[in-house]
Design a protein around this ligand. Sequence first.
Ligand code: HEC
Length: 240
Amino acid sequence: MPFLRVFHRLGALGALGACTALLVALSGCQVRDTPGNAVRGKQLFVAKCGACHTMRRAGTQGTIGPNLDAAFARDRVDGFHSDTIRGLVREWIEHPNRQGVMPGKLYQGADALDVATYVALVAAHKGKDTGDLANAIQTVSKPAVEKNGTLEIDADPSGQLRFQAPSATGTAGQVTLRSVNKSAVGHDISIKGMGIDSHGKVVSNGGVSTVTANLKPGTYTFYCSVPGHYPPMGGKLTVK
Ligand code: HEC
């Protein structure tokens, strides 16, 4: 029943008749509209979708929503074309299940089309992104070293579930972990280990989260304590 399954994905509309009416309403047949910009789509996907959805080629590792490679694998096997999948993803973005967890109106219009274009291009497909797609997301990865009692451990600005520092080192005593989060996905900076479990406040869009603790020599974990973010979003803090 591949068709029924796909039309079921059109969420609230459900029935085939309603779906056809929708497609007509959306200027003839939006499911076969022209593709958007996949490179921008990848950036937008990582910025607002990846924190909840794993999709291998985007490098995202969210676990709150379904794995999108798994979600579309069956449709690929059933022979659905990318333009059909693009229409379905766009429909999910613009009209998610009202009773569901996925937030509505994360993107609209051209933005939603760009994201759907990228997902339709790569979900459940083997291989790696190449060319401009491979360079769409730039990541910084540099261990943090304590300076004047502060460790700067900023969140990845593109929205991925990672800090720019994969690990950190500090000296015993009072240490402040400081984390700027330029992305739209809320994160905090937290520290645990050696009997400590402290959290900074959750921030986004340029906010700064800080947490201060009195550290003895040993090994700690810095991480984001927003549910579903750690792992992967954290690393080891070594105090000497
Ligand atoms: C806060 C977490 C969250 C965010 C952010 C989010 N989603 Fe979802 N998504 C979910 C959940 C949970 C579901 C399962 C249905 C439900 O509960 O709403 C889902 C379902 C889906 C589905 C249907 C998968 C299937 O099994 O057929 C697609 C496609 C999808 N999301 C794409 C996206 C895209 C694209 C974005 C970014 C614009 C996005 N999601 C942002 C949580 C999220």
